[in-house]
Design a protein around this ligand. Structure first.
Ligand SMILES: [Zn+2]
Length: 237
C-alpha cells in the first residue's frame, strides 16, 4: 500500500503500524472510523461500532483493529501510548481543534492510564501556514470566544510564507486576512497538555501546495474541482 507520508517518530515504535495514506486510497478493510462532524467528541473503538455509527472526531483504539480518520485540509493526528499500547486517530480542523477534540482525546487517554511522557504524537499532512488564510473577522471572533483558552496558542502571520517545497502555486490571498499555522496550534495544544516537545512531530506537508492534485478541499474549491478524502490510520500490532 503506497504511503503518502510516514512519521519517523511512529515508525520507531515496534508495537504499532500506521499510515498517512494518499488522497483516494482506502484504509485497511477492518478499520474503524466515525461520522466526522468537527465535533469535540472522542470515543473508544468499542463505542464506535458499527463503523460510522458515531458522530465523533477523536477515536481511541484499545484493540488491534486500526482506528482511522479521513481528512482533506484538516489535520490528521495519530497518537501512540507506549505504556498500555493504546492508539488514537484525531480529525482536527480549526473548528474541531478549537472545540477541544485533541484535548479531549488526550484526556481520555490519560484516564485510561496513558501519561504525557508515554505519548508520541504525529501531526500529519494538512493545509499549511503557506496556504491557510483566515479573515480578520474570523480571527476576531475566535479571539473573542477564546474556546478552551486556545486563542493565545494560534500562530498567525500578516505575511504569507514562501514554501520552497511547493509543487504547485500556493494559495493566493482572498480576504486580505492573516496566515494561520494549524499544525503548530495542534503541537502547542499537545505541549500544553504536558506531552514533551520531542514526542510531537509535524509532517510539514501542505495539502494545498505540496500534495497530490486531488488532496486539498480548499484548493479544489478555489478551482472548482472535486477532491478526495485521505485516510490516516494507526493500529497496535
Ligand atoms: Zn501550502
Amino acid at each position: 500500500m503506497p504511503c503518502f507520508y510516514r512519521s519517523p517518530l511512529l515508525s520507531s515504535l515496534d508495537w504499532l503500524d500506521h499510515a498517512f495514506l494518499p488522497a483516494g486510497e482506502a484504509p485497511p478493510a477492518e478499520s474503524i472510523y466515525n461520522q466526522q462532524r468537527h465535533t469535540p467528541n472522542a470515543v473508544l473503538d468499542s463505542e464506535a461500532l458499527p463503523v460510522k455509527s458515531r458522530e465523533a472526531d477523536g477515536l481511541i483504539g484499545t484493540g488491534t483493529r486500526p482506528v482511522a480518520v479521513y481528512t482533506a485540509d484538516c489535520l490528521p493526528v495519530l497518537i501512540a501510548d507506549s505504556r498500555h499500547h493504546l492508539v488514537a486517530a484525531v480529525h482536527a480542523g480549526l473548528h474541531g481543534a478549537l472545540g477541544g477534540v485533541l484535548i479531549n482525546t488526550l484526556h481520555r487517554l490519560y484516564a485510561l492510564g496513558a501519561t504525557p511522557e508515554s505519548l508520541n504524537i504525529a501531526i500529519g499532512p494538512s493545509i499549511g501556514p503557506c496556504c491557510y488564510e483566515l479573515s480578520e473577522e474570523k480571527i476576531a471572533s475566535i479571539r473573542q470566544e477564546n474556546p478552551n483558552n486556545l486563542a493565545p496558542l494560534m500562530a498567525l502571520s500578516k505575511q504569507q510564507h514562501d514554501n520552497p517545497h511547493a509543487v504547485r502555486p500556493q494559495a493566493t490571498s482572498t480576504t486580505q486576512g492573516v496566515w494561520f499555522d494549524l499544525p503548530l496550534l495542534a503541537k502547542r495544544m499537545a505541549g500544553r497538555e504536558g506531552v514533551p516537545e520531542a514526542q510531537i512531530e509535524l509532517s510539514a506537508v501542505c495539502t494545498y501546495c505540496m500534495a497530490e492534485e486531488q488532496a486539498s478541499y480548499r484548493r479544489n474549491s478555489h478551482f472548482n474541482h472535486g477532491y478526495l478524502q485521505r485516510f490516516s490510520w494507526i493500529k497496535r500490532r
